[in-house]
Write a protein that binds this ligand. Structure first.
Ligand SMILES: [Zn+2]
Length: 412
C-alpha cells in the first residue's frame, strides 16, 4: 500500500513562458474532455490512441504533458458521468482554472536547494525556486519518500510525495469509536478487558459555532456588496478551517500513537455509507459543517504510515442496537440507550462504539481472536479520556520502549 502527502509551496513567477504553458495545458485538458465524451472513452490508454497524435501536432508542448492532460480530463469526467448515470443533471465539464500537472519523470527537483526545472517544450524549460521549510525538508531528505506528480496553479505549486506504508500488524486489541460532533466515543478492548473511553475534540464545536455566528453577521452587514461579502466570508471560512485542522491533527496523532503502543486496531464507521435523506436543514448544516470525514481521513493516513490497522464498519443501527441482546429500538434514543428487551443501559455514544466493535468482530477473524467482547463488565465503569488510559497504561500492554524510533512517527 502507498501513502501520499501533498506539499504546498506558495510560489509566484514572472514567466510569460510558464503562463503560456498553463494556458496550453488547460486547452489540452478541455479538448481531451470533448474527445473522451464524444467517443465515450474511459481509459487513458484508449484516449492516448484516439487523441495523442492530433493533439501533439497542434500543441507544441513538452510531449509528456499530453498524457498528463488525459489523466486530468478523465478525472474531471468521472463525477460528471456518475451524475448522469444517477439521472441527475450535469453540464459538460471543463476546467476554468489555469493549471499544469506534470508526472515525476517530467520535472526535475533538487531536494537540497528547492530548485525546480519545468520543461516547456523540447530544449526549453523554466527554473523556479521552491521555498523549502524544515517540514518540507523532512520529506525531501528522507529517501523512503519518493517524488510524485507536480501541480502548478497560479500562485501555488503542489508537490506530491509518496512512500510505501508498512504492512499493518496483527491486532492484539481494538479501539472502536463512534464519531460525534465534539468527540470520538467508544471502547478500548483487549483480550482481558473492555474500558469505555472518549476522545474530546478540544472545543472544535465552539470554534465552529463562533465562526458560524460571525459569518451570519458578516453576511447581514455586507448584504449590499456581494463582492466584499464573498471575500470576507472566504477569509472567515479559511480561518475556521485552519483552527479546526490544527485541533483535529493533534487528536488523530494521539489516537494513532495510542493504538500503536497497544498494537490495537482502530475501528470506525464507514461514513461514505451514510444516506442523506430526510434530515432537517439545521441537522444537514451541522453534519456538513462538521468535518467528520476530515478526522477519519487524518486517522487513516497516519495509521497507514504507522502500520496501524484501520477497520471500517457499516454504521447502520449502531446507535439504536443493544450490544448485549441485539434488540433494536425504532424510536428516538435519548442521551442514554435503554434496551427494552434486557435491562441494558449505557451512554448512547459509548453504546454506539460498542456496536461498532461488535460489528467489526463479526467480520474480522484476527480481531475476534484477540479481543473479548464482555459488555457486562463495563456496566459501572466511568468513561475515561483516552489520554488518561494512555498515561495510566490500563489494558493489555504497557508502552513498549523504542516506540519513538519507529518510522512514520512525528510526521504530522
Ligand atoms: Zn438488550
Amino acid at each position: 500500500m502507498k501513502t501520499h502527502r501533498a506539499l504546498v509551496f506558495p510560489v509566484t513567477w514572472q514567466s510569460p513562458m510558464l503562463d503560456w504553458l498553463l494556458r496550453e495545458f488547460r486547452l489540452l485538458v478541455n479538448e481531451s474532455i470533448r474527445i473522451a465524451l464524444k467517443e465515450d472513452i474511459r481509459s487513458r490508454a484508449r484516449l492516448v490512441r484516439a487523441a495523442y497524435k492530433g493533439l501533439s501536432a497542434t500543441h507544441v508542448v513538452y510531449k509528456q504533458y499530453i498524457p498528463s492532460a488525459f489523466e486530468v480530463a478523465l478525472s474531471v469526467l468521472k463525477p460528471h458521468r456518475r451524475r448522469l448515470k444517477r439521472g441527475k443533471r450535469s453540464s459538460t465539464p471543463y476546467i476554468r482554472k489555469l493549471m499544469l500537472k506534470a508526472e515525476n519523470q517530467s520535472y526535475r527537483l533538487d531536494p537540497k536547494t528547492g530548485r525546480l526545472r519545468i520543461p516547456i517544450r523540447a530544449m526549453e524549460a523554466v527554473q523556479l525556486h521552491l521555498p523549502l521549510s524544515e517540514w518540507h525538508q523532512s520529506f525531501l531528505s528522507d529517501p523512503s519518500w519518493g517524488l510524485g506528480s507536480l501541480t502548478v496553479v497560479p500562485g501555488k505549486i503542489i508537490l506530491v510525495v509518496r512512500r510505501g506504508a508498512p504492512r499493518p500488524y496483527e491486532p492484539e486489541a481494538a479501539i472502536a469509536l463512534d464519531t460525534n460532533e465534539d468527540s470520538l466515543d467508544g471502547v478500548v478492548a483487549s483480550g482481558e478487558r473492555m474500558v469505555p473511553t472518549a476522545l474530546p475534540f478540544d472545543g472544535v464545536r465552539a470554534v465552529q459555532e463562533t465562526h458560524f455566528r460571525r459569518r451570519r453577521r458578516l453576511a447581514r452587514k455586507k448584504a449590499g456588496d456581494r463582492r466584499v461579502m464573498c471575500r470576507l466570508l472566504n477569509r472567515e471560512g479559511q480561518r475556521e478551517r485552519h483552527r479546526i485542522h490544527q485541533r483535529l491533527h493533534r487528536i488523530s496523532k494521539r489516537l494513532v500513537q495510542f493504538a500503536e503502543s497497544r498494537r490495537a486496531a482502530i475501528v470506525l464507521e464507514d461514513l461514505t455509507l451514510h444516506g442523506a435523506g430526510g434530515r432537517s436543514r439545521r441537522m444537514n448544516r451541522r453534519l456538513s459543517s462538521w468535518p467528520r470525514s476530515m478526522i477519519h481521513r487524518q486517522i487513516e493516513y497516519k495509521a497507514a504510515l504507522a502500520g496501524v490497522p484501520v477497520i471500517k464498519v457499516n454504521p447502520a443501527w449502531t446507535s439504536k442496537t443493544c450490544p448485549v441482546c441485539g434488540a433494536r429500538r425504532r424510536d428516538r434514543v435519548g442521551k442514554v440507550f435503554v434496551c427494552l428487551m434486557c435491562d441494558w443501559e449505557m451512554d448512547r455514544q459509548i453504546n454506539a462504539g460498542m456496536n461498532i466493535l461488535k460489528t467489526a468482530l463479526a467480520s474480522n477473524e484476527a480481531l475476534a481472536r484477540a479481543v473479548r467482547f464482555q459488555p457486562g463488565a463495563l456496566r459501572h465503569d466511568v468513561v475515561s479520556p483516552l489520554y488518561d488510559l494512555f498515561r495510566r497504561g490500563t489494558g493489555a500492554r504497557e508502552e513498549p520502549s523504542g516506540v519513538e524510533s519507529r518510522p512514520g512517527r512525528g510526521l504530522t
